[in-house]
Design a protein around this ligand. Structure first.
Ligand SMILES: *Cc1c(COP(=O)(O)O)cnc(C)c1O
Length: 391
């Protein structure tokens, strides 16, 4: 049987309004919250089997049934996904938590897991006829969008704050994107994208403002299960900005259970943020459903400098349903933990990835994680683009 997308429709993650998946869509037309892709999982389960997967290509497109692109000619792939799940035993032993695993997302195209979301979002946007794409970003999302737009042959418009590190800016320019530097914050870049979208018809691929980056990111959940022999770890520690990966993995676990690939057991999900921008940690601690915007956000971890996440309620829901938690760590700790991770694993992590180790240390000290548990850290990007931080 051929593997083909079992996508049926979109559904608002908040008010559950049903939306047609056959046209370009951004947020829910009724309440303005993120739309989620829904599939005929019974149909998907007929071909997406453990045995079939063993024969498939080593990219995230191996999960085609639960991805949104029907016609394979629109798949824009640079080899994203199927990253290694490394046994960081030497690191684990030095910190007293021997079963520490690192999902090393720095091996993705453009050096970060943003490649997953943008491979799927750009493919689907191209499939649905988007004439050109736009994104506001101060970091890895811009490079990934530029790369996949280039691969598809679509014009790309990138808006970045003018103080963005050269490594991020230059990457987009070399990949052929139209880069505009804005004298302001990321929110000002977002406003410029909205204006361009209204005036020129650019399709806005901001985090969770279209439904399919989440679908790309959710494949981390599928891979984790598959690479662990269809079991899940006790704890997942995830550096959270917009939260697409965390919400995506949580969605993936539900889909996998519905397809009979895993049982009801779930990891405790941990969001790590920077003490300089921790809106979700604050909301989690206060028991809030939504996270109030963080004033004066400041952190060297660009991926974590997200003062207001559109999918805040989805992140908080996943943390609570999983009996997880949220932790803020200082930029200093991130930079020190990057050296510690590097020295004991051979991975040069992005500060966001290093933040996971800082959180793990804290949670071990508090007794929230016990020493015999299986813990997965997400190194979401390469440290190379942030080399200036340690120079
Ligand atoms: C974007 C980014 C994050 C945050 O990812 P979300 O899924 O949006 O929370 C973490 N780390 C790196 C390196 C990033 O680029």
């Amino acid at each position: 049987m051929p593997q083909s997308s079992a996508l049926t429709h979109l559904e608002c993650g908040y008010c559950e309004r049903r939306v047609d998946a056959g046209a370009l869509a951004n947020l829910c037309p009724a309440c303005g919250k993120p739309l989620l892709a829904r599939y005929d999982l019974a149909a998907a389960a007929r071909t997406l089997t453990k045995q079939a997967l063993a024969q498939r290509e080593a990219t995230l497109w191996r999960y085609a049934e639960v991805l949104p692109v029907q016609d394979p000619t629109f798949i824009v792939s640079l080899g994203e996904g199927w990253t290694p799940l490394l046994d960081a035993r030497r690191l684990g032993e030095t910190i007293g938590c021997p079963i520490t695993l690192i999902k090393d997302e720095s091996l993705n195209p453009t050096g970060s897991f943003k490649a997953r979301g943008l491979s799927v979002a750009v493919s689907r946007a191209w499939d649905l006829g988007a004439p050109s794409l736009a994104i506001p970003s101060a970091g890895n999302a811009a490079g990934a969008m530029s790369a996949y737009a280039a691969a598809a042959g679509l014009p790309a418009h990138v808006f970045m704050p003018q103080d963005v590190p050269a490594s991020f800016r230059v990457e987009c320019a070399v990949l052929g994107a139209q880069v505009t530097l804005i004298d302001g914050l990321l929110t000002d870049c977002g406003a410029a994208v909205r204006q361009g979208a209204a005036e020129h018809g650019w399709f806005d691929v901001s985090t969770l403002k279209e439904p399919y980056r989440l679908e790309g990111k959710k494949t981390m959940g599928y891979e984790l299960a598959e690479q662990m022999g269809w079991r899940l770890p006790d704890v997942i520690i995830y550096p959270t900005g917009g939260g697409t990966g965390l919400v995506g993995m949580w969605k993936a676990f539900a889909e996998m259970e519905a397809m009979g690939l895993i049982g009801p057991q779930r990891p405790r999900m941990v969001s790590v943020q920077s003490t300089g921008c921790a809106p979700l940690v604050r909301a989690f601690e206060q028991g809030d459903e939504f996270a109030a915007p963080w004033q004066g956000a400041k952190t060297v971890a660009d991926g974590l400098r997200v003062p207001a996440a559109v999918g805040d309620f989805l992140i908080l829901r996943a943390l609570r349903e999983s009996c997880g938690t949220a932790v803020a760590v200082s930029d200093e700790d991130m930079l020190a933990c990057a050296r510690r991770m590097g020295r004991h694993t051979g991975i040069f992590p992005a500060p966001e990835g290093a933040a996971c180790l800082a959180a793990q240390l804290r949670l071990l000290e508090d007794g929230w994680i016990s020493r015999d548990e299986t813990v997965v850290l997400f190194n979401t990007g390469t440290g190379l683009k942030y080399a200036h931080l340690w120079a």
